[in-house]
Structure formats: C-alpha cells, structure tokens
Design a protein around this ligand. Structure first.
Ligand SMILES: NC(=O)c1ccc[n+]([C@@H]2O[C@H](COP(=O)([O-])OP(=O)(O)OC[C@H]3O[C@@H](n4cnc5c(N)ncnc54)[C@H](O)[C@@H]3O)[C@@H](O)[C@H]2O)c1
Ligand SMILES: CC(C)[C@H](C(=O)O)[C@@H](O)C(=O)O
Ligand SMILES: [Mg+2]
Length: 352
C-alpha cells in the first residue's frame, strides 16, 4: 500500500503533520509513504508547482494525501506557474473527475454552526462535484480589444460524456444513502447547464429508485442556509460545487472540518485510486501560527483509507475519534475554542 503525501503551502505542512501522526498510530502493516513537493514550495525548489517527479510519485501510489496550495507571493506569476496549478494539474492528469465533499453535522457542534442549531442539526449531505471540466479547464486568456479595452475570458463547457459519468457517480451515491439526488445548475441562463440538466434527466432512467430534483444554483445557495436538511446528494459542476462546498462548511461550523475525495476510474488492488484533501486552502492569514484546525485533513485521511485502501474499520475509527474530540469541546479558534493544531491532533490521537 503506497501513499504519496503532498503537504504543499501555508498551513498544509502543519495539518499534514497531524494526519501523519494519526496514520502512524494506526500501525498499518505494509504501508509505504512518499513525500513530494507541490505548489509554491515546489515552484521555489523545482521552478514548477507540479514538478514531473511529483506527478510520477502520484501515479505510482495507491492514493495521494494532499494538504493545500496557495501563496500570495505567487499571485502575480504567469498562471501556469501559480501554486493552484498543482492541484488542478493532478486532478486533470490523474483523471480524478468525481469530487466527494460530505458535510454532516457533528453531534455537540450545533451551536457553532452559522445557522440556528435546530436547522444545523439536520445537515447530512454529500456534494458530488465534477472536477475535470467546466469553466476551470476551458480556453482562457486576457486580450486587448480593438478599441483598446482589456478583456478577460474563460470558456465554459461540458460535453455530454463528462456530465453522464459524474451523474452515474451521484446516482449511485444516492442509492447508498437516502435515495435523493438534487442536480444544481443554471439552466435558465447557461447552455452548458441546459445540457447538464438534459443529460442528468437521461441518466435518471437507469436509476428509477432515486428521487431526482433540479435546482438553480442561486436558489441552492439560499436553500442550503434556509433548510440544509432537505439535501441528501447534490450533484453539480466544478465551479458551483467549489462555491457551495465552502458555504456548506460554515453551515456545519468551520471550513476546517470538511474533507474531500477526488476519484476517477482507476482501480488498484486495494480500492479506487484517489486524491484526498481538505476543502479549504493554505490559509496564509494563519499559516505558521499553529492555529489551523487539522480535522479536515485527518478526515481526508479517513476517506483515503475507506475509498483507496478498503480499510473501512480504520476510517470509521478516525471519524469517531474526531467526533469524540469535538463532542468533548476540543476546538480551535475557528470553532470558538483555544486549542492549537497540535493539541487538536493530540485530542484525536487520544481518542483513536
Ligand atoms: N485545495 C487547495 O489547495 C486550496 C483550496 C482553496 C484555496 N486554496 C488557495 O489557498 C489560498 C488562500 O485562499 P483563501 O483565503 O481564499 O481560502 P482558505 O480556505 O485558505 O482560507 C479562508 C479562511 O478560512 C480560514 N481557514 C481555512 N482553513 C482553515 C483551517 N484548517 N483551520 C482554521 N481556519 C481555516 C483561513 O484562515 C481564512 O480566514 C489561495 O492561494 C487559494 O488559491 C487552495
Ligand atoms: C485552489 C483551487 C484551485 C481549488 C478549486 O477551485 O477547486 C479550491 O478552491 C478547492 O476547493 O479545492
Ligand atoms: Mg474551493
């Protein structure tokens, strides 16, 4: 079993240290770990945010655990050299098109939600975000128009096969949960979304046991705050899924709590090859201060064990330990507490 660890920038290395301690504590036999550079860190040492050796390391592994990338000092680099290209490059070059972003209320944390506790307590949803297409990967450029004005543009598109494969993932996920799928789009304005909706409806024919609904993304943003308990599985495109998942994190209580899995079609002898990362970024405003919440990173490790290594019991053990630490009131500044990154890690380890 080979896991590639890519800590990245900002709080990435701090939270990766805690996930690594949890992994070590499990004492899994036959585990081989590799560490690689990504993001601004990799740009500084190798001249590129996703050096070829890092990509090769990811390909040779059964799973990748990814911290975060992003560095304000790199924001003026040409786009292909910016830290974010590491995560985008890994997702596209590894064919990881299906991003699972679960958001579930942790018992005892209801009062820390940005929503009223009785509303927040109902949250148990899964965002299935398409990860290889949309406006993220279309042609983009800045140009000067004939009249001298600068214009930026990004081409948004989805091909039907790209929609169909993520729809299948979402329908199957709904079958394994409460049987409800809400497809979020902007079909009232965008042709990309009209095709999305048409293909999701066509795919539904193969899943008559799943209840399908459609929602425009602006309404979905509102409904997520008004009544998040109405959602079971939400399937949406790359951009909308990015935004709605950050929003969902504050409905639960903190962006430092939400984990994610990026999966594709490749199967290994242990499970599905995948890359696992917190949904948050490198948090430059708190980097190096020992304040970051490592729970999203630790929960991403749990997802890795479940989906890529077939270790369901170990995954559940980690999730239970995180849940207990929260229930016992061990929280950092993001959740109104005073525990630092290492203390939160200690608390999870003590409850494993
Ligand atoms: N997957 C990724 O690597 C990823 C994801 C999102 C953003 N980014 C990058 O990260 C950089 C910063 O972006 P941003 O500020 O918009 O988003 P961010 O998620 O890094 O931070 C947003 C806010 O949430 C807080 N926060 C985030 N994670 C936290 C944690 N674990 N514990 C406590 N607080 C936490 C931060 O302190 C900040 O106030 C940018 O360069 C961006 O491109 C990377
Ligand atoms: C860093 C950025 C490219 C990334 C995205 O937009 O997908 C991040 O926001 C995320 O949610 O993983
Ligand atoms: Mg995001």
């Amino acid at each position: 079993m080979k896991i590639a660890l890519f800590p990245g920038d900002g709080i990435g290395p701090e939270i990766m240290t805690e996930a690594r301690r949890v992994l070590d504590a499990l004492g899994l036999p036959g585990l081989v770990l590799f560490a690689g550079d990504v993001g601004g860190t990799a740009y500084r040492t190798h001249g590129h945010p996703l050096p070829p050796e890092t990509l090769e390391m990811a390909k040779a592994a059964d799973a990748v655990l990814f911290g975060a990338v992003g560095d304000p000092a790199c924001d003026n680099l040409e786009r292909h050299l910016r830290p974010e290209q590491a995560i985008l490059g890994l997702r596209s070059q590894l064919g990881l098109f299906a991003n699972l972003r679960p958001a579930t209320m942790f018992p005892g944390l209801e009062d820390m939600s940005a929503l009223r506790p009785e509303v927040a307590s109902q949250i148990d949803l899964l965002i299935v975000r398409e990860l290889n297409g949309d406006v993220y990967f279309g042609e983009k450029a800045m140009r000067v128009l004939d009249d001298g004005r600068r214009q930026g543009y990004d081409f948004m598109s989805y091909a039907e096969d790209e929609v169909r494969r993520i729809a299948h993932v979402a329908f199957r996920a709904a079958q394994g949960r409460r049987g409800k799928l809400c497809s979020v789009d902007k079909a009232n304005v965008l042709e990309t979304s009209q095709l999305w909706r048409d293909v999701v409806i066509e795919t539904h024919a193969e899943y008559p046991d799943v209840e399908l609904s459609h929602m425009y993304v602006d309404n979905a943003a509102m409904q997520l705050v008004r009544n998040p308990g109405q959602f079971d599985v939400v399937v949406t495109g790359n951009l909308f899924g990015d935004i709605l998942s950050d929003q969902a994190s504050m409905c639960v209580g903190s962006i430092g709590l939400l984990a994610s899995a990026a999966l594709g079609e490749r199967q290994t002898e242990f499970g599905s090859f995948g890359m696992y990362e917190p949904i948050h970024g490198s948090a430059p405003d708190i980097a190096g201060q020992g304040k970051a919440n490592p729970m999203a990173m630790i929960l991403s490790l749990a997802m890795l064990l479940r989906h890529s290594l077939g270790l369901e019991a170990e995954a559940a053990r980690i999730e239970a330990a995180v849940g207990k630490a929260l229930q016992d009131g061990v929280t950092g500044a993001d959740l109104g507490g005073s525990a630092g990154t290492t203390e939160v890690g200690d608390a999870v380890l003590a409850r494993l």
